[in-house]
Design a protein around this ligand. Structure first.
Ligand code: NAG
Ligand code: NAG
Ligand code: NAG
Ligand code: NAG
Ligand code: NAG
Ligand code: NAG
Ligand code: NAG
Ligand code: NAG
Length: 430
C-alpha cells in the first residue's frame, strides 16, 4: 500500500515538469476538421470558416487535388480581406506548373472538379481562413490564418458537387495544398490524417498535423498505424516528356505487389501494378471514386476468386444490382450463429508481413432484401491507374499521410478496435 503510494507520488513528480513544458500555448500539434458523407452522390464534405466576416463554407474533400478552390461569384463571395495575388509574387511563382498571368497582372490557375472532369481558370487569391486546433482529444481553440491561398472558380465549376458545396478542399501534395500550407503557417508536421465515416449522420475527422489522434473510448490511433511507402505523384517524372499531359499533381500512390483472397494469391499480371514510362499502372488512393476500381484483367481475376471462395462457404450468388456485377444472398447466413462467410481481401504491400486487409464491412455493400454486392468495379482495359482504392474501402479505416517521410500509415477497419471514424470527440475541451 505505502510503496504504491510512493510510486504514484514519484511518478507524478516525474511527469509534472514535462507536462508544463509541453503546454506552451503558442504551440499546437494539429488542426481538426469534421467530414460528413453525402448519400446522394457519395461525396465527403468538410466545413471551413473563411473570409471577413467569417462564413462557414462546405467543400468536397479530394485527396488528389493540389489546392483548395471555391466559387468566388460576387453574389456569394463578399469579403473585405480578399486579395488576388499578383503574377510577380512569390506565392504565384512557387506553384508548378507555372500559372499564367492575366492582363491585370493577376495570377491564374486552372482548377479542376475531378467529379465532373470540368476545368476552369481562376485567380490565385488570399483570404482569411479559420480552423479548430486540437490537442488530439478535443478541439481546444480557434486559430486564424490571414493569408490562406486558394483559387477562385466560377460558379459552374461547383456543379456536380454535393448539395451546398461551393468548391473542393484539395489535400493533395503541392506547395499550396491544404496540408502543406497549414503546416507551414502553424509550424505543424507535414502530416495529415483522414477518417471517412460510413454513415451520413455522423461526422468523421481530418487531422492536419501530428498525433496523438484520439478516438473514443480513448484510443490513440497514431500508436497503432502500419506503414507503407507513399509515392507522391509518380507521374511527374514518368510523363515529363509530354507537356500536354495533365499533371494530376496531387495524387497519392502506394505499392500494391499482389492481392490475396482468404490468403490465396490472385493470379495477376504484375506489370500492371507498377507505373510504366508513360505514367500508366500502379495503385492510388482516391476520395473521388466511391468504390475501388480495378483494371479489367485484375477485376476478373479478383472477382472469380471471391466468387469461388463464397461458393465454397455456401453463400449463394444472386442477380447483379447496378452498379455492381457480383452480388450474394445473405439470407441463409443470417440464421446461422456465425457471420456470413465473406472472404477477406488483402492488398499485399512492401513484403508478406505488410498488407491492408479489407473485411466485409468495406468489401460488401448492403442492398435491399438480404443482398450484398462486392463494392469493386471494373475500371476498363487501359485505365491510367490499374487500382484506384475508392472511398467505400476507406470508410472506418484511419489513414495518415506522412509527407515528411513519404509514407502512409493505415489501420484496416477501426471496428476491430471497437472504435470508428465517428468517434472523435468534437465537444470543445476548453
Ligand atoms: C458585403 O458585405 C458588406 C459588409 O458586411 C456589406 O455592407 C455589403 O452590402 C455586402 N455586399 C454584398 C453584395 O452582399
Ligand atoms: C509586382 O509588380 C507590381 C507592379 O506591377 C509592383 O508594384 C510590385 O512591387 C511587384 N512586386 C514584387 C514582389 O516584385
Ligand atoms: C483589369 O483591370 C481593369 C481596371 O482596373 C478592370 O476594369 C478590368 O475589369 C480588369 N480585367 C480583368 C480581366 O481582371
Ligand atoms: C480575378 O481577379 C480580377 C482582378 O481582381 C477580377 O477582375 C476577376 O473578376 C477575377 N476573376 C475571377 C474568376 O474571380
Ligand atoms: C442515423 O442516426 C440514427 C440515430 O442515431 C440511427 O438510428 C440511424 O440508423 C442513422 N442512419 C444511418 C443512415 O446510419
Ligand atoms: C501485362 O500487362 C502489360 C502492361 O499492360 C502488357 O504489356 C503485357 O502484355 C501483359 N502481359 C500479359 C501476359 O498479359
Ligand atoms: C455447404 O453445404 C453442404 C451441403 O449442405 C455441406 O455438406 C457443407 O458442409 C457446407 N459447407 C460449409 C463450408 O458450410
Ligand atoms: C468529450 O469531451 C468533453 C470535453 O472534454 C467531455 O466533457 C466529454 O465527457 C467527452 N465525451 C465523451 C463521450 O467522452
Amino acid at each position: 500500500m505505502a510503496s504504491s503510494q510512493i510510486y504514484t507520488f514519484s511518478l507524478f513528480l516525474l511527469f509534472l515538469p514535462s507536462l508544463t513544458l509541453s503546454q506552451k500555448p503558442s504551440q499546437i500539434n494539429a488542426l481538426v476538421l469534421p467530414i460528413t458523407k453525402h448519400a446522394l452522390n457519395l461525396q465527403y464534405v468538410t466545413s471551413i470558416s473563411q473570409r471577413t466576416p467569417l462564413v462557414l463554407i462546405d467543400l468536397v474533400v479530394d485527396l488528389g487535388s493540389p489546392f483548395l478552390w471555391v466559387s468566388c461569384d460576387p453574389s456569394t463571395y463578399n469579403s473585405s480581406s480578399y486579395r488576388p495575388t499578383q503574377c510577380n509574387s512569390t506565392q504565384c511563382s512557387s506553384y508548378n506548373p507555372k500559372p499564367i498571368c492575366s492582363t491585370n497582372n493577376t495570377c491564374i490557375l486552372f482548377s479542376e472538379n475531378a467529379f465532373t472532369s470540368k476545368v476552369s481558370a481562376g485567380n490565385l487569391s488570399e483570404d482569411v481562413l479559420s480552423l479548430q486546433a486540437t490537442d488530439g482529444l478535443n478541439p481546444v481553440s480557434m486559430v486564424t490564418l490571414p493569408n490562406f491561398l486558394f483559387s477562385c472558380a466560377p460558379d459552374f465549376l461547383s456543379q456536380g458537387l454535393a448539395k451546398g458545396a461551393k468548391g473542393i478542399a484539395g489535400l493533395g501534395w503541392s506547395p499550396i495544398g491544404v496540408p502543406t500550407q497549414l503546416a507551414r503557417a502553424f509550424k505543424l508536421s507535414r502530416k495529415f490524417a483522414i477518417c471517412l465515416p460510413p454513415s451520413t449522420n455522423s461526422s468523421g475527422v481530418i487531422f492536419l498535423g501530428d498525433g496523438p489522434y484520439v478516438l473514443l473510448p480513448g484510443i490513440d490511433i497514431s500508436k497503432i498505424l502500419i506503414y507503407t511507402p507513399l509515392v507522391v505523384n509518380p507521374r511527374i517524372s514518368a510523363s515529363r516528356t509530354s507537356h500536354s499531359e495533365p499533371l494530376h499533381s496531387g495524387e497519392y500512390h502506394i505499392g500494391v505487389k499482389s492481392i490475396r483472397v482468404n490468403g490465396k494469391k490472385v493470379p495477376l499480371n504484375s506489370s500492371l501494378l507498377k507505373i510504366d514510362k508513360r505514367g500508366f499502372g500502379g495503385t492510388k488512393i482516391s476520395t473521388v471514386n466511391p468504390y475501388t476500381t480495378l483494371e479489367t484483367s485484375i477485376y476478373k481475376s479478383v472477382t472469380s476468386m471471391i466468387i469461388r471462395e463464397t461458393m465454397a462457404a455456401n453463400v449463394s450468388r444472386v442477380a447483379a444490382v447496378a452498379p455492381f456485377n457480383v452480388c450474394f444472398s445473405t439470407r441463409n447466413n443470417n440464421v446461422a450463429l456465425t457471420r456470413p462467410a465473406m472472404p477477406v481481401i488483402d492488398l499485399m504491400l512492401q513484403d508478406d508481413l505488410v498488407f491492408w486487409r479489407i473485411f466485409e464491412t468495406n468489401s460488401m455493400v448492403p442492398m435491399r432484401d438480404d443482398i450484398v454486392c462486392l463494392g469493386f468495379l471494373d475500371g476498363g482495359m487501359k485505365p491510367r491507374t490499374s487500382i484506384v482504392i475508392g472511398a467505400y474501402q476507406l470508410e472506418d479505416n484511419f489513414l495518415q499521410f506522412d509527407l515528411i517521410r513519404s509514407r502512409l500509415g493505415f489501420t484496416s477497419s477501426l471496428l476491430l478496435r471497437q472504435t470508428s471514424c465517428a468517434s472523435f470527440n468534437f465537444t470543445s475541451g476548453v
